[in-house]
Structures are given as structure tokens and as C-alpha cells.
Design a binder for this molecule. Structure first.
Ligand SMILES: [Zn+2]
Length: 146
């Protein structure tokens, strides 16, 4: 005898609308390196290592992978701030090259490192608010986690 099983749950966009998630609030909380849901728990367990879950509300962070997006965003932000300033100083004052390099290189490095963690937190908050996350390959069904 052959038994055919049918899917008992069908995923629809309506089925994940249980919890209201505000995009800007989640991104601001992530930018402050806090949990995008409760705003209290820490988001990172190391400089750029997102913790497994929130220590306060228990939100699972593991499906939220920012990958290289924070680095690209930091390059865009720092570049759009520093390049116009550098061009303005060069055209109006033309300081010696050694002086420019001794200021711009450490400034660029410091600004990039200072922005990397908050931008990554904002990206994780963005992903959480829009329910963007990868599928768990070991999950028993095709229903995405919420
Ligand atoms: Zn939390």
C-alpha cells in the first residue's frame, strides 16, 4: 500500500504577519549594536561576530547574515565624506603629499573601523525587520523561519 503525504502547512506572506516590525526602529537599534526586536540585548559577541541569540528576549540571530554588505556600505559612506573634503583641501590649499597621507590614511582607517560594527548592526536590523533571512538547510520543512 502506498501512502501519499500532503503538505499540512502552506507558507503565505500573510502567515508571517504576527509580529509588527518597524524598519527604522530595528535599524536604529542595530546601529547602536543592540537587538533589533527588544533594543536591550547585545547584538555582537565580538567586534564583527553577531551573537547566536539575544540575551534578553532570546531572538535567534543566526539566520541573519550580513556578509559583505556592511563593508561596501562603509566604503560608500566614508568615501562620500572624505573624498570631497580631500579634493577641497587639495584644490584650495595644496599641502605637501606627506602631510596629506599622514592625515588621510589614519583618518580613513579610523572612520572605517568606527562605522563597520554599527553599519553591520543596522544591516542585521534591516534584515530582521523585513524578514529577510536564509533558509536553514537542516529544517524539516520548506516553511521559512519567522
Ligand atoms: Zn532582544
Amino acid at each position: 500500500m502506498v501512502t501519499v503525504s500532503t503538505a499540512t502547512a502552506v507558507w503565505r506572506r500573510d502567515s508571517v504577519k504576527g509580529e509588527k516590525r518597524d524598519l527604522w526602529t530595528a535599524m536604529k537599534r542595530g546601529f547602536r549594536c543592540r537587538c533589533p526586536r527588544c533594543g536591550e540585548g547585545k547584538l555582537f559577541c565580538a567586534f564583527l561576530k553577531v551573537d547566536n541569540n539575544c540575551s534578553v528576549c532570546g531572538l535567534d540571530y543566526t539566520p541573519h547574515r550580513a556578509d559583505d554588505l556592511p563593508a561596501y556600505l562603509v566604503i560608500v559612506i566614508v568615501g562620500h565624506i572624505l573624498v570631497p573634503v580631500i579634493l577641497w583641501i587639495e584644490t584650495d590649499y595644496a599641502p605637501p603629499v606627506w602631510l596629506q597621507l599622514s592625515i588621510y590614511l589614519p583618518l580613513t582607517l579610523f572612520a572605517s573601523l568606527a562605522l563597520l560594527q554599527p553599519v553591520k548592526g543596522a544591516v542585521v536590523g534591516f534584515q530582521w525587520a523585513l524578514r529577510m533571512h536564509g533558509f536553514d538547510e537542516n529544517a524539516p520543512s520548506e516553511i521559512p523561519p519567522v
